[in-house]
Write a protein that binds this ligand. Structure first.
Ligand SMILES: [Zn+2]
Length: 329
């Protein structure tokens, strides 16, 4: 073979290898920044608020008497389901995770919006715990499709308040992160299995959860209506961080200022940063590089937190955290 043909073939082989290598890298998970700190779990006394985290934006708050959950993605279907097929709740898995977390009974299930990564498992969670579902009219449609009786669903517009024992919840109208891939409303009861595209956004809410004067804000989609937290104070914010990286650093700054600075919170717990195509029996990992750049977002957030004297701490999976006692341990 002529030398020049050999050279072209070698160059082509190198190019293909580099392409494959780059593809694998983009498809992989980055690491969180080295200075990432996770809260330490321990026993939580009855009467104090224990928080449990299930990845993405799924959180449970309980004081030993009453319980409030935000969103419900426990099944976390794998990539082949999400890209090429349909998604459905895995009821035995939902039951076993709730049991592991000691969530036999819940009063309220607050739904931030109806994309499947927030709302897939709302019906089995309500069915297994007796929780009343709170959310948009689309949330009602997802719940009805899962067999939840209408009397256990509250449709909201924003501004409503709900109580459960010492918990008081306020629904606050918010807005979805930029680049909503599935906008619109769910207008008819949604039965599963269903396409990911059937879980339309349906309007986005944040929830302020107050417990004996301690104020927890769950802001589960990374965008904000300027001024939406005027007059609202919070001690801790569970802050969505996915979807910020592709936008200029300014956008993250305004988001931080309008949510964290506006409410005066001194503790921020990042949520919605993990790859929800991985099951919960594997460690949480940041979203894959081709979807997001979580390390970049976290470095921006870290700088804003340092500027404002705010602590950023991650939640462990399912293990209870005494959030009120947390002094950044
Ligand atoms: Zn969404």
């Amino acid at each position: 073979m002529r030398v020049w043909i050999k050279r072209i073939l070698l160059a082509l082989a190198l190019l293909i290898a580099a392409g494959i290598g780059y593809g694998a890298w983009r498809f992989g998970h980055p690491a969180l920044p080295a200075d990432t700190q996770t809260l330490t779990s321990g026993r939580v006394a009855t009467g104090d608020v224990a928080v449990r985290y299930f990845g993405t934006t799924t959180l449970a708050f309980g004081d030993g008497r009453n319980g409030v959950m935000v969103d419900a993605l426990l099944t976390r279907p794998g990539m082949s389901h999400v890209l090429f097929g349909t998604v459905a709740s895995d009821r035995p898995l939902v039951r076993s995770l709730l049991t592991r977390a000691g969530l036999g009974k819940l009063d309220l299930l607050l739904v931030t919006h109806t994309h499947y990564d927030h709302a897939l498992d709302i019906a089995p969670v309500a069915g297994l715990t007796g929780a009343t579902i709170v959310g948009s009219p689309s949330t009602r449609a997802v719940a009805l499709g899962g067999g939840v009786p209408d009397k256990r669903i509250r449709s909201i517009k924003g501004g409503e308040r709900f109580t459960a024992g010492d918990f008081t919840v306020t629904a606050i109208r918010s807005v979805h992160s930029l680049g909503d891939r599935v906008p619109g409303e769910v207008t008819a009861p949604l039965t599963q299995p269903a396409s990911v595209k059937a879980f339309k956004e349906g309007g986005t809410f944040a929830y302020l959860i107050e417990h004996r004067g301690f104020r927890i804000l769950v802001h589960a989609s990374a965008n904000v209506v300027p001024g939406m937290y005027r007059g609202v104070k919070a001690d801790v914010v569970f802050l969505a961080t996915g979807g910020l990286a592709p936008h200029p650093a300014d956008f993250t700054t305004r988001y931080w200022d309008d949510v964290v600075k506006a409410t005066g919170a001194k503790l921020v717990v990042p949520i919605h940063w993990d790859d929800f195509l991985l099951p919960l029996d594997q460690p949480l990992q940041p979203l894959r590089r081709f979807l997001d750049d979580i390390p970049l977002t976290m470095s921006r957030i870290g700088a804003l937190a340092a500027r404002d004297g705010v602590k950023v701490r991650y939640m462990p999976v399912i293990a209870p955290i005494d959030i009120q006692a947390t002094k950044g341990n």
